[in-house]
Design a protein around this ligand. Structure first.
Ligand SMILES: [Zn+2]
Length: 331
């Protein structure tokens, strides 16, 4: 099903309850209303509602027919092609210190945004423009040049809503199946949580659903007992007979810097005394070389007192080509 983006303008009677009736019509059909605005129109006693909705042509036609039957609806028009689209976005940004405050002031200038409200730790920014501009501003929160700020409130909901929307579509198109929880290929794998490995790692290793127990963490490392615990569970209870540690090239954990991490933590309001309780270098588990890390991790697994004598292989996958290289042959 292809989803399309439509802007619908409706002229309705200016009466209580009309908004709910119209919105309900979309909801019942499972359409996601992106935005809805209502205001008095140029005609006395009539309001104009502008609705932005994700719907395919066929679905939209059905809703339009239904809407036309509503007694309070006077006129409906699809203005997707002609509408001038402007969004208004209020963004609350954390500014833990004067430097962060100065930086956000600069960004608001660049984006021609306005600062609406100032408190000790936050700024409220008003931004208008098309979707791209607003997204560009919001995505600045991930920029290494502006590491202090994060966006509060609605943005988090939008990420969740997006996932739930995708999930609904998935469930509709997926035929459920019962499967064993034992690893069909008798493998326990420790690899990295890198997002580039999604939809890439399993096909590159020929793994299908049900084939292996896969533990993912930052830098396919053994820090503390948790990864060991999972590998142990796979070996003792879940049908795995061999272990594979698979690192990857260009790993974000290579060269992880404890000093820089401490700065970021302080900027985000973590207390110095709490940071002092940890050896940050050990806590984050950074390493110099991806290949050496794989070899070290294999040794840690083999030498762990609670891990039985099983083959432990060490490999590295090229994040660009998908090619595997064996660093430790566990047989
Ligand atoms: Zn990685």
């Amino acid at each position: 099903m292809t989803l399309d983006y439509h802007v619908i303008s409706t002229l309705v009677e200016d009466k209580p309850g009309v908004l709910q009736k119209v919105a309900g019509m979309f909801n019942r059909r499972g359409f996601n209303i992106d935005s809805i605005t209502v205001g008095k129109s140029e005609v006395e006693g009539q309001s104009r509602m502008v609705i932005t909705v994700h719907a395919d042509e066929k679905g939209l036609e059905q809703v339009t027919k239904q809407l036309n039957k509503l007694i309070d609806v006077i006129k409906i028009k699809d203005i997707t092609q002609t509408a001038v689209k402007r969004e208004l976005c209020l963004v609350k940004v954390a500014v833990p210190n004067a430097k962060a405050r100065a930086e956000i002031m600069q960004y608001t200038n660049i984006f021609r945004a306005h600062i609406l409200d100032v408190s000790e730790q936050t700024l409220m920014v008003e931004l208008t423009g098309d979707k791209e501009k607003i997204n560009a501003f919001i995505s600045l929160k991930n920029s290494p040049y502006w590491p202090y700020s994060y966006v509060k409130g609605s943005i988090k909901m939008t990420i969740l809503e997006n996932v739930l929307k995708d999930n609904k579509e998935f469930v509709e198109n997926f035929e459920g199946e019962e499967m064993s929880h034992h690893a069909a290929k008798k493998l326990a794998i420790l690899t990295c949580m890198d997002c580039r490995l999604i939809d890439f790692f399993e096909p590159a290793l020929g793994l299908k659903r049900g084939d292996a127990k896969i533990v993912r963490n930052a830098g396919n490392s053994i820090v503390g007992e948790d990864a060991i615990r999972s590998i142990g569970a796979a070996l003792y209870n879940l049908g795995a007979e061999e272990v594979m540690v698979v690192g990857h090239t260009e790993c974000g954990m290579a060269g992880a810097d404890a000093e820089a991490l401490k700065e970021k933590m302080l900027a985000r309001g973590i207390k110095e005394e709490d940071i002092a309780k940890y050896d940050l270098a050990e806590w984050i588990g950074g390493f110099e070389s991806e290949e050496e890390n794989v070899k070290d991790v294999c040794e840690k697994i083999k030498n762990h007192p609670l891990i039985p004598d099983v083959p432990v292989h060490g490999l590295i996958i090229d994040i660009v080509t998908g090619e595997l290289k064996v660093l430790v042959d566990g047989y």
